[in-house]
Design a protein around this ligand. Structure first.
Ligand SMILES: [Ca+2]
Ligand SMILES: [Ca+2]
Ligand SMILES: [Ca+2]
Length: 272
């Protein structure tokens, strides 16, 4: 069996689009992210553009979507330089919101079989609230309690009910942790790419957090305790892409006319 050639992110810790926190060194040895190109294996017809972001009223379902439903790549974290084991990470989309709300579902598009993410593997759904709306989730507060679920069918969406209360306007981050690889030194071959991504109409609001030392476990309670936080915003390595992680939400009681609150969305500037 042949695998698509990954593009590795060995230098990404030095790029301006990458937030590197703590005392970790660059990726000379340790863990690094990589992607595979799946643009020829899309099983879903692409839409012309992402679904429009519509204002909602109290009682209506709020949609948080950056992708067009067609997958172009998938991302993973691996032990480097051996490039022989998959390491756990936190995969997130950032949605600036203008009001309190309740997140009631998270949907994840699981990549096709070539990404080696088998149905039934255990993951955890996570959400965070960042009051300072700065695009850096290092100080974001984790919301709710543990939600353990499993990978669904490959090449399809899985929708999971959740109950995460966002307390106020700010940045909402939603996503998952691939718990099945959250063991010292990760898991053995074949390499796994759990982060399905959409290259069309990128919003630059997709993040990966992980430890640079593969012996250390990714911290999903405190994003800032991880050595690396990357944004999918580099054409040469990670791509400029959106994770195929969606959410729905409801306005909390007492809110009046409610918008999805994307007012604070930063511009997605593609460089290079
Ligand atoms: Ca998109
Ligand atoms: Ca697409
Ligand atoms: Ca922040």
């Amino acid at each position: 069996m042949s695998y698509p050639q990954p593009s590795r992110c060995l230098s990404c810790a030095l790029l301006s689009t990458v937030l590197v926190l703590g005392a970790a060194s660059a990726h000379a040895a340790g863990s690094g992210s990589a992607r595979i190109d799946l643009s020829d294996s899309s099983s879903v017809a692409p839409l012309p553009t992402d679904p429009p972001i519509q204002p909602g009223e109290r009682g209506s379902t709020l949609q948080f979507i950056y992708d067009d439903g067609s997958i172009e790549s998938a991302h993973g974290v691996f032990r480097i330089p051996q490039y022989d084991r998959s390491v756990a990470g936190v995969y997130l989309n950032r949605f600036p919101v203008g009001h309190p709300l309740k997140v009631d579902s998270i949907s994840i598009f699981w990549p096709p079989p070539v990404a080696n993410v088998a149905p039934g593997l255990e993951l955890m759904l996570v959400a965070y609230y960042d009051a300072d709306i700065d695009g850096n989730p290092a100080n974001a507060v984790r919301l709710g309690s543990d939600v353990h679920v499993t990978v669904g069918a490959q090449g399809e969406w899985s929708t999971y009910p959740v109950d995460f209360d966002v307390p106020a306007a700010g940045d909402l981050y939603v996503g998952f942790v691939n718990l099945w690889a959250r063991v010292p030194n990760g898991v053995a071959l074949p390499l796994q790419y759990p982060g399905s991504a959409d290259s069309d109409n990128p919003h630059c609001q997709s993040y990966m957090a992980y430890q640079s030392n593969p012996l250390m476990l990714v911290d999903y309670d405190d994003i800032g305790a991880n050595a690396v936080i990357e944004v999918l915003h580099d054409p040469d390595t990670m791509g400029v892409e959106d994770f195929m992680i969606r959410a729905t939400g409801q306005a909390l009681p007492g809110d009046d006319l409610f918008t999805n609150g994307f007012d604070n969305l930063i511009a997605c500037t593609i460089s290079g």
